[in-house]
Design a protein around this ligand. Sequence first.
Ligand code: ATP
Ligand code: MG
Length: 467
Amino acid sequence: MRQPEPDSVLLSRLVAAVPEPVLGLCRRLRQCGKRGWVVGGSVRDLLLGRPVQDWDVATDARPRQMMRFFARVVPTGIRHGTVTVLVGDAGYEVTTLRGEHGYGDGRRPDRVEFHDDIARDLARRDFTINAIALDPIEPCLVDPFGGRADLARRVLRAVGEARERFAEDGLRILRAARFAATLGCRIEPDTLRAMGEKGALETFAKVSAERVRDEWLKALSAARPSVAFEIMRETGMLAIVGPELLALHGCRQNRHHLHDAWQHTMLCVDACQGDAVLRLAALLHDVGKPATRAVSEKTGDHTFYSHEEVGATMAEAILRRLKLSGADRERVVHIVRHHLVCYSQGWTDAAVRRFLRRVTPERTEDVFQLALADVRAKGGDEQADTVQIEKLRARIAAVAAEGSVLSARDLDIDGHALMRELGLGPGPLIGELLDALVELVTEEPGPNERGKLLDAARAHLAGRAHE
Ligand code: ATP
Ligand code: MG
């Protein structure tokens, strides 16, 4: 059996991984007769050997003292005890040890009180693995709730009485679902049970959309986001923040699918290679299925006609509600709308160009990645469908290399020239002409030359006059 690492070796390894500005900060606090501890997610990630994103530092110095001890300090959240110490062009958040009282809004404590007891500060934190402190100067670890042991066994356990802690602050149960996915933890049974209780869910319902969005995006960055979303569904969180997704559960599909729409969605999100926003599209890609489910008279099997259009509209509403940024929302909705890739060998080059025009070059890779994951998640023979997608990808690459016209911007003539040459004034007719020319060049890539385009525009006008 592997011997556990002696504490002294572990401590030197941890301290060596703390960046110099953070060590300097703690050293300075010590010179001033105070202490600094690395706490929260930073210690957790250090112990796991993962890259640390933000360094959380706790201190027994009061905020006013902090302002005196350091030359460049920003009083970021001074009422709650947080200041930002500037070192070079980086800022480090330092928070005074505190206790919290009353959670009227289910999110923030009504009152905080400063004190000198690191163990008491750790007691207000959410999970044992997030309630460990490292004094890098002494050096020593403070771990009053067995966080290290839980971390080693990958167990997520609430600090204190889970039911009370979740009724105080509604974000905690969502963080639990997220950590289960990002850290690959299993949730300790009492903690898990408390997550689904009425008090916890009532407080969860008060969490702001922005916080839900941020947690979803973090969960979607995990190796297997399905772990988080299954927990959200089982505990009742999904019914509150994503009822449209919950409707996928138990929505039986057809002979192309082994799984119901929910299981399929979970497999698809996990299989989807890409960033969190692309995976959000995977999460929502079939959200239109329950509303479009019908039985075919011919085959007696289920159909889901237009589920991608209906789903795009639903995704738009869900993402507005979640306050996703406009650019990310536009991207997800576009991918959901175009996620069905039904390529067959018989497609003409014009059909390939039409596909590229519809999906747009910048979104083609997104749509392919989702389509590949979608195929993998069907639970059948994926080989044939994957081959078709790869074939379309190759044909798209060939068409793109020809410098095809995909929008009016690519035409060898613009609206001004059209007006000048044809003696027309500005108006919707010019847009119509440009669209007609793009159509023409998509079908037959030959005539993207100014003279030929003008002839075609004249012919279009003549045809219009005859109508
Ligand atoms: P990450 O930064 O990876 O999202 P984290 O655990 O560091 O995870 P932060 O929001 O940076 O999360 O919070 C830092 C620490 O503050 C946590 O590790 C935890 O100790 C404490 N904390 C954060 N949110 C809560 C909460 N809702 N309830 C109790 N303690 C919390
Ligand atoms: Mg953090």
